[in-house]
Design a protein around this ligand. Structure first.
Ligand code: NAI
Ligand code: MG
Length: 366
């Protein structure tokens, strides 16, 4: 097997603590001959600012471009609240996403049976839930021009954001969603607001066109506001949901919270396949931030980080069986009753970051 390169960017706060647990996992899969990863490390966020006075150095951007996959922890913290805006920790994330051209953000919402009680919904509505929200990440209203606030005089101002989508942007994200649906339950919902937005009309037109290339995948249109309602009414009706940047931001957060804690939620961001090699640039990270309130205490939940690594195995390296094993190991330790503080239930003993990581590794070895 040709050696594959991972760039590990732990970042700040709990980012460094949870990355350690992923490294132990990589050491084991390498030692077992299940993988042949060569890992490199870089600095991002406050850690990079302290070392180089930037949120990410050009060197590390170059390493990210060259890597087969980037595994990112989390950035930020009060220590860097007053650094110049362009060097704030979060700038590292935006820069890397842009440099890698990762336009497809995959946000799974999985409800482990052992955690169904932690959901804000009734057990029967969420138990066994497994949804994948595919959010367009590099276009739409967050980036469209004009984007400005103008002074109209007389104390009045006008703020403008512009939602812009072109055919190719919708086409490529739709194809990601339909391809993924084929590896799951073969169902795609596309959410937009075509009833009130021109960009929604084009979105729907293009997604319907792509759907014709996937006659084996069930396709349904849904208005984004109804999608929000249905997510809390009957979330299990969904498999893959594809939507734009803004609606995806909101719907993925809503879906995520059906499943319990921020410490459980992984994500992947994928770029376009290279025409020559078919490889996609890819960026894997937990949904949560650097959690300064618990950093340094050894109590952060490493599951979101480990599950992000499992997504890398699945989506960058096509190691489906190993990815399934990692996901099963997570489900198993939860079924055994192991809980970090963030997912603790009354009568159970809580464990720290290291103990949770070790328990997941032990399940893998078993
Ligand atoms: P946060 O996600 O860091 O924390 C929110 C709450 O969830 C905290 O109470 C935290 O202790 C808890 N939490 C998060 N992850 C956890 C885990 N793995 N295990 C146990 N508990 C966990 O969001 P917050 O507090 O709004 O932001 C903290 C810093 O992180 C800020 O500087 C923010 O800018 C940054 N941030 C970075 C992100 C990234 O790197 N992708 C994303 C979100 C925030
Ligand atoms: Mg969000």
């Amino acid at each position: 097997m040709a050696s594959q390169t991972l760039l590990l960017l732990p970042g700040d706060g709990i980012g460094t603590e949870i990355m350690v647990e992923v490294e132990k996992l990589i050491d084991w899969t390498n030692a077992e001959g299940l993988t042949d990863f060569s890992t490199d490390h870089g600095l991002v966020g406050g850690a990079a600012y302290d070392a180089h006075q930037v949120a990410v150095s050009e060197d590390d951007v170059e390493k990210a471009r060259a890597a087969d996959a980037v595994i990112f922890g989390a950035v930020g913290g009060p220590k860097w609240d007053n650094v110049p805006y362009e060097h704030r920790p979060e700038a590292a994330l935006l820069r890397l996403r842009k440099e890698l051209g990762v336009f497809a953000n995959l946000r799974p919402a999985i409800c482990y049976p052992a955690l169904a009680e932690a959901s804000s919904l009734k057990r029967e509505l969420v138990e066994g839930l497994d949804i994948l929200i595919v959010r367009e990440l590099t276009g739409g209203v967050y980036f469209g021009e004009p984007k400005e606030i103008t002074d109209l005089g007389d104390g009045q101002k006008r703020a403008i954001d512009t939602q812009v989508y072109e055919t190719y942007e919708i086409d490529r994200i739709a194809r990601v969603a339909f391809d993924l649906a084929r590896t799951r339950s073969n169902k795609v919902h596309s959410a937009d607001k075509k009833n009130v937005m021109k960009s929604g009309v084009l979105w729907d037109e293009v997604v319907r066109g792509v759907a014709k290339d996937y006659p084996d995948v069930a396709f349904e249109h849904i208005l984004a506001d109804n999608a929000a309602m249905q997510l809390v009414r009957n979330p299990k009706q969904f498999d893959v949901m594809v939507t734009d940047n803004l609606f995806g931001d909101i719907l993925s957060d809503a879906a995520a919270m059906l499943t319990g804690s921020l410490g459980m939620l992984p994500s992947a961001s994928l770029g376009a396949p290279d025409p020559a090699t078919g490889k996609r640039k890819a960026f894997y990270e937990p949904v949560h931030g650097s959690a300064p309130d618990i950093a340094g205490k050894g109590i952060a939940n490493p599951i979101a980080m480990i599950a992000s690594f499992a997504m890398a195995l699945r989506y960058s390296f096509n190691m489906i069986e190993l990815a399934d094993r990692v996901d099963a190991a997570i489900a198993d330790v939860l079924a055994d009753g192991l809980r970090t503080g963030d997912i603790a239930q009354d009568n159970r003993k809580t464990v720290g970051t290291e103990e949770m990581g070790a328990a997941i590794l032990a399940k893998l070895k078993a």
